[in-house]
Design a protein around this ligand. Structure first.
Ligand code: PTJ
Length: 259
């Protein structure tokens, strides 16, 4: 760990999360913009109250159903995700049969290799998107267009924790189902995804693993009915209502902030 954080610190969990990203940055696999992205995420986490809210629970359930129903699910991993939740990525891949693929906005081959190494250390047997990122997503100009022909290119469902909007839109144009985890309910990713989990990736990923493990034995019809009953616009509206209500109650002094 880069800096020592006393366990008694009231914001211990949050500081440890930050330290993981700093360490990943110092080891050369978290992008410098990844640190900025995390700060933006923390700000939205304050607004929702730093816990998994009801609309996120609905989205997690739908995401688990979509991953279990998928024929070729893929979990896309960037620098921040590798630093924060590598074990959960591996567990989710095991439970849902998804492939794991490194896909980077600020792509360098060195970062891609280091991220694959982090994932292998966490237990991944196969990591796509390093030497095999030979295919391209049409109409996408960023480095994220480089994908594996065995992974994202042919996937029907793609989980994109912590993302930038362009690729989500490009994947949607290709007819893929996109599941996003993003603390910002107003981001282009959040708006463009089929299923948006507005929650911190460090809370959402273990819950997604748990839900997928629970639903794994369910009948196909039950999973399909979860998806049919899911409305992403309504979920995003509920997130905004939650934030508005919370801020109003705080402004009236009815809630106390915990630090
Ligand atoms: O590793 P790379 O090269 O692929 O780069 C990764 C980043 C994250 C730098 C890149 O994808 C990027 O620039 O993303 P953005 O456009 O900054 O979007 C990141 C989104 O994730 C923002 O909407 C943040 O609010 C959100 N976010 C940040 N931290 C978390 C988060 N959402 C959930 N959990 C977090 N811990």
């Amino acid at each position: 760990m880069t800096h020592w954080v006393p366990k008694s610190h009231p914001r211990y969990e949050s500081l440890i999360t930050r330290e993981k990203l700093i360490q990943g940055f110092e080891e050369g696999y978290v992008a410098v913009a990844g640190l900025i992205a995390h700060g933006r995420g923390e700000c939205f986490d304050y607004l929702i109250g730093e816990h998994t809210i009801e609309p996120a629970i609905k989205a997690i359930r739908a995401a688990a159903a979509a991953l279990l129903l998928a024929k070729r699910p893929v979990i896309s991993v960037n620098g921040n995700v590798a630093a924060l939740v590598p074990e959960d990525v591996v567990r989710l891949a095991e439970v849902t049969g998804a492939k794991i693929e490194v896909n980077l906005f600020y792509r360098t081959e060195e970062r891609a290799r280091k991220i694959a190494e982090v994932l292998r250390k966490a237990g991944a047997k196969e990591v796509l998107g390093v030497d095999d990122a030979t295919a391209t997503i049409p109409e996408l100009e960023s480095e994220r267009r480089r994908v594996s022909p065995e992974g994202i290119l042919i996937a029907d469902v793609v989980l994109v924790p912590l993302e930038d909007g362009d690729r989500t839109e490009a994947l949607r144009r290709l007819g893929k189902t996109v599941i996003a985890i993003d603390l910002n309910p107003l981001s282009r990713t959040a708006r463009a995804a089929n299923i948006t989990i507005v929650d911190n990736v460090v809370r959402a990923m273990p819950k997604l693993v748990e839900e997928a493990s629970r639903l794994r034995e369910s009948e196909k019809e039950e999973l399909e009915s979860i998806l049919r009953g899911y409305d992403n616009n309504a979920v995003l509206q509920d997130v905004l209502r939650h934030i508005v209500k919370r801020l109003e109650e705080l402004a009236k002094g009815k809630l106390t902030l915990e630090f």
